[in-house]
Design a protein around this ligand. Structure first.
Ligand SMILES: Nc1ncnc2c1ncn2[C@@H]1O[C@H](COP(=O)(O)OP(=O)(O)OP(=O)(O)O)[C@@H](O)[C@H]1O
Ligand SMILES: Nc1ncnc2c1ncn2[C@@H]1O[C@H](COP(=O)(O)OP(=O)(O)OP(=O)(O)O)[C@@H](O)[C@H]1O
Ligand SMILES: [Mg+2]
Ligand SMILES: [Mg+2]
Lengths: 227, 227
């Protein structure tokens, strides 16, 4: 469902920074792939390419059979609403909206009817044990609570493709395990998952395949043997 | 150097939220204490009390022999500049300043002369392997790079007390280990460290004592046996 062909991303600030250096990779529908690598190796940039949130300097990005490279911003945003759930590394919650509204916005933008959206959002918040926070604002939440709101928002429209950038970084072990069980259940129901994580055990336990990055390149791509 | 006496913090939004519930604890000068607990248990709120960034609803907070409860905001800010280094859970970098200036600001506010501040800042950035990022802005950094800038800023004024809220959450294992070695070295030179972490191994490896929190209370306070 994802096909990257010689994708490079060079940022041009004071000094050119190559975040991705000629990456080619593919992910099949229904796969669970972990992406690992040192800080600054290009993991978040890679997810941004796949999500159409940023454009490559060169190369081609195809997701769900579509070449994202030629789409306009409006077409990209529409594509994302219905095809991709994203858990950002630093959550990107909307500070002026309550927890419930942060999640509802994602569902409604995906075209889900209000009553169904509300039902799904409420169920997700309950499953993530933050239902009691539905009416509070992001500034009134702990770090881990914010992370879970971001996760609910990414999952509410039941995306065919979930991109999760360190979804357990701000969570204690038990909450992190709950999140991973939820993500694994989503994958088991057919959705494709790409998980960026620094936690090798987490990757080994859930992913079928681990892509390793270093300095903007893929340096390893290993299918894991089932336990 | 830290003495909390029956400290409670209740936030009054739509519904009262008790973040801290009658906490009493003390930390001696030179100790390395880890604070652990589930998401929402009050860890960041606790650090905010000790740092004088927030006020308790009731109770008393003494740090470095001073009762913070009665200080004005200006006195609290001055106290922090010279006594406390804080690594925030979500970094709180100043987006309009470069990496180097983010770190320099902390040093200069602590009264360190410009040439010494520059020298210390540059040395820290090099040790944290982000010297090549000195002239870029926070928006141009990866998550782990931002975290390391926050760490450099917290350490540059060599505070007697370091409060670190999940300082390795956004880092790969190797970078995380580097950070912890740096913090351990700081503690070995006499500075007091309070480390919030979700990583039990990290706590066991570096801290002498682990305080466990749940629902705004301290539920365990265990001195670790030296390895
Ligand atoms: N907007 C930007 N402008 C300039 N450089 C950038 C930008 N975004 C990222 N970079 C640089 O590109 C490189 C890759 O960044 P990226 O965020 O993809 O890394 P990462 O693997 O996610 O790291 P981490 O584990 O620290 O989150 C880094 O060196 C970073 O400084
Ligand atoms: N500004 C605020 N207004 C209202 N409630 C708040 C505020 N800050 C924190 N809280 C609530 O107080 C409780 C404790 O929050 P705190 O941030 O201290 O938790 P934490 O232990 O650091 O959690 P995490 O591991 O998720 O970072 C949480 O339930 C949180 O929702
Ligand atoms: Mg990243
Ligand atoms: Mg916290």
């Amino acid at each position: 469902v994802i096909e990257l062909t010689q994708v490079s991303k060079v940022y041009n600030g004071g000094a050119a920074q190559t975040a991705l250096d000629g990456i080619s990779m593919s992910v099949a529908s229904g796969e669970f792939v972990a992406v690992m690598g040192p800080s600054g190796s290009g993991k978040s940039t890679l997810l941004n390419m796949v999500a159409g949130l940023d454009r490559p300097t060169s190369g081609r990005v195809c997701v769900g059979g579509r070449d994202l490279t030629g789409l306009s911003e409006g077409e990209l945003a529409k594509f994302r609403r219905t095809h991709v759930g994203i858990v950002f590394q630093f959550f990107h919650l909307l500070n002026d909206l309550t927890v419930l509204d942060n999640v509802l916005v994602a569902a409604e933008l995906a075209g889900i009817k209000r009553s169904a959206a509300r039902q799904q959002a409420t169920a997700l918040l309950a499953r993530l044990e933050i239902a009691d926070k539905a009416d509070v604002y992001p500034a009134e939440l702990s770090g881990g609570q914010r992370q879970r709101v971001a996760i609910a928002r990414a999952l509410v429209n039941r995306p065919p493709l979930l991109l999760a950038d360190e979804p357990t970084g701000a969570l204690d072990s038990r909450s992190g395990d709950q999140i991973m069980e939820l993500i694994a259940a989503i994958n088991a129901s057919g959705q494709t998952v790409v998980l960026v994580t620094h936690d090798a055990k987490l990757a080994a336990r859930h992913a079928q395949r681990v892509i390793s990055m270093s300095d903007g390149r893929i340096v390893d791509d290993a299918v894991l043997e089932p336990a």
